[in-house]
Design a protein around this ligand. Structure first.
Ligand code: P6P
Length: 349
């Protein structure tokens, strides 16, 4: 039976309202909605997330043109504090975050995978009370092959006066973070964030130049089929990890996915379920991934989505770093799958 025209029109109007309302739910508005407040702290957080979004847009634009421009791809010839060869894109992205935040009046320091020491906002710039910790380009080995990449960010409030200029207050557990998330540069550019009130995703609409709300209160599946690990390190691992890998090899229902950019791999696991591992190895028991600006922000997001993140012996968010670029083993994803890996590490099966 045909619907009465007015109800169809009403239906269409409702649909229009819904999509218009979503198109107007920008990141900064969403943060204020989450906090249900216009307090100075809420305004700060909204402005911080807006700056992160601007950095993401600038990096996404550069990546989309990388193959068409001189001097974007390839290596600089330098080696960073991590001992890794630096890609030109690493330097550009690192500088983008500095430029975007330097005049914002929001931050006092920026700490990055690419910088030995934190960058202190110069005296002639407005100084804020937050610190941004970030990995400007995660998975930069994917840059020259046009594969997915990410940026990871963590926001903390400065504790104390930092009179010695050693940023000692940053050496605290990840539960001190007030916001965290990542930008995924894939077929579309997505920004996923949490301020401790759930996990929410936004998609960049290039025609608007805005990140538009895509999904609210994302929940990770309790279990998933994906296990994500670089099996090239198999013989470097502890026997317990090798036993877990043998278990997923012989058990029906598991599938391997590993892209070389953990933002991409962990986003897949956030959506579909499963587990990502970067365990320690015999030569490097602490593993490769950095705690403060890689594992801790991702752990905040995944825990807020109902998942787990552990070193295999303790929650990532409880680890207190001894130095800025401390590394930790990382097992992160669906609760059931993380528990399975922990069981092999702690009980051998
Ligand atoms: P490997 C990228 O450098 C990164 O930090 C993660 O994004 C990624 O999962 C991992 O390292 C890749 O390291 O040793 O597997 O090449």
């Amino acid at each position: 039976m045909a619907q009465a025209p007015e109800s169809l029109e009403l239906l269409n109007n409702n649909a229009t309202d819904k999509s218009l309302n979503r198109d107007c739910t920008t990141l900064s508005r969403h943060v204020l909605q989450q906090l249900q407040s216009f307090s100075p702290q809420a305004q700060d957080l909204s402005a911080l997330m807006n700056r992160i979004a601007l950095a993401g847009k600038l990096i996404a634009r550069r990546l989309s043109r990388a193959g068409l421009m001189e001097g974007v791809l390839g290596f600089t010839g330098d080696v960073n504090v991590q001992g890794e060869s630096v890609q030109k894109m690493d330097v550009y992205a690192n500088d983008v975050f500095i430029s975007v935040f330097e005049q914002s009046g929001l931050v006092c320091r920026l700490a990055s995978e690419e910088m030995d020491e934190p960058y202190y906002i110069p005296e002639n710039c407005p100084i804020g009370r937050y610190t941004l910790l970030y990995d400007p380009i995660d998975g930069s080995s994917n840059t020259d092959t046009n594969l997915s990449l990410g940026s990871i960010f963590s926001i903390r409030q400065q504790e104390g006066a930092d009179l010695t200029g050693e940023a000692a207050d940053l050496l605290s557990a990840g539960r001190q973070q007030i916001a965290a998330g990542y930008i995924l540069y894939g077929p579309s550019t997505m920004l996923v964030y949490t301020i401790g009130k759930g996990v929410h995703s936004f998609t960049l609409d290039p025609s608007l130049g805005e990140f538009i709300l895509t999904e609210e209160n994302i929940r990770i599946p309790n279990h998933g089929s994906v296990y994500s690990v670089n099996e090239g390190n198999f013989w470097q691992w502890d026997e317990s990890i090798r036993e877990y890998i043998r278990y997923v090899h012989r058990t029906e229902g598991y599938t391997a996915r590993y892209s070389g950019a953990m933002v991409s791999d962990i986003h897949r696991i956030l959506v579909q379920g499963g587990v990502f591992l970067y365990p320690g190895t015999l030569p490097k028991p602490e593993g490769k991934l950095r705690l403060l600006y890689e594992s801790a922000p991702l752990a905040f997001v995944i825990e807020q989505a109902g998942g787990r993140a552990t070193t295999g012996h303790m929650d990532i968010l409880d680890v207190v770093p001894k130095q800025l670029h401390q590394r930790v083993p990382l097992i992160i994803g669906s609760p059931k799958d993380v528990a399975k890996v922990e069981s092999f590490i702690q009980n051998g099966h």
